[in-house]
Design a protein around this ligand. Sequence first.
Ligand code: PLP
Length: 431
Amino acid sequence: MLYDNLAVNSRGHLTIGGLDAVDLADRFGAPLYVLDEDQVRANCRTYVRALADYMPAGSYPLFAGKALCFKGLYPVLEEEGMGADVVSPGEIYTALAGGFPAGRLYFHGNNKTDEDIAYALECGVGTFIVDNHNELDRLDEMAGERGRKQKVLLRVTPGIDPHTLQAINTGRIDCQFGVPIETGQADRFVRAAVGKANLEVMGFHSHIGSQIFEAEPFCDAVDILLAFAQRMRENYGFTVRVLNLGGGFGVRYTENDPVVDIADNIRQLSEHLKAGCKALDYPVPQVLLEPGRSIVADACVTLYRAGGVKTIEGYRSYVTVNGGMTDNPRYALYQSAYTVLPAGRMRDEADFVCTVAGRCCESGDLIQENITLPRPERDDLIAVLTTGAYNFSMASNYNRLCRPALVMVKDGEARLAVRRQTFEDLIACDL
Ligand SMILES: *Cc1c(COP(=O)(O)O)cnc(C)c1O
């Protein structure tokens, strides 16, 4: 199995966190997201411990809510000692509704509106990650109007290409996030920020990309950020106390992806950072990381029911499922690889080559092409693994499909964390 929390029981059914997938689908319906809370906690602990063990005191991980955001996740994150990165007032609202402390929220986004800024200030969001000059000026004014001194990090782009997909690569110079170091613009950004009366500049943020399998691109980013920090100290007497290196560690979608030893990567990164600081005689800053995918992706399985098989003679066979790009748009967006399993027939021979297609009226609505399954019968349960990140959070109501329920599994028990949408939900905003 791709992960340790998955197994096959004596009935030949897939189990997730010890629970039978067929029973879960019978009880909660399908499509269904099944999130293994124990796995989420284990992933959080890996980061929390490694940052505590290897990095300066005060270093900790922030969960990137864009990967997965619903109320019931936030108590888990808080209990595990995580901070949270939020990118919209809706994510702030959700985190606070889940009881998450506002002081541990880090507010991202390249276009925070005045309403967003006001809302975040009123909620007492701990840190703003300022993306650009516009936001810097506006935030300073609005914090001043409220008699606040707001903590901020400045988002800069080190210009690293971590050799990942263009669509999920944000560390290059030419992108809409942050301010580039190489062009000299980040220097002016820092100069302006340290002069703001109502802002307390804690340090820098950079996010170089996603699905990164080794420490090296992060180390490259650290080199560029430290050299920049050194110049800022010389030019403006500003010393970085917090360095937020963003998210991006990869996960295994299929057996072809490598296993990432997150703790060891963090250890390598800390050695690199400490050596770099020593060479520059620079105080080692606290380090924040913002994992999204690597906290939740491998903790979730999506369960679908098959509709049937359609063979286009001379071409290929399609297996249709009762969900698709509405609950998992990632194949349609970037041809992402996934592992697909016959959840109720795990011991049957997988000799039928097929493409798994969703039910939307869109030829791009595919979940995976050229995989093998036992030839599915109508209502067979199909499981797609590693769907915890960028599935639920990217879901839509295209074709007026109701969004699936999300069930959390812990200690062998399942509980509904997000109920399935109803037709009334679909028209709830229609006047
Ligand atoms: C997307 C993103 C993350 C999370 O990335 P993962 O690859 O899911 O770990 C963290 N920080 C920022 C700024 C992001 O844009």
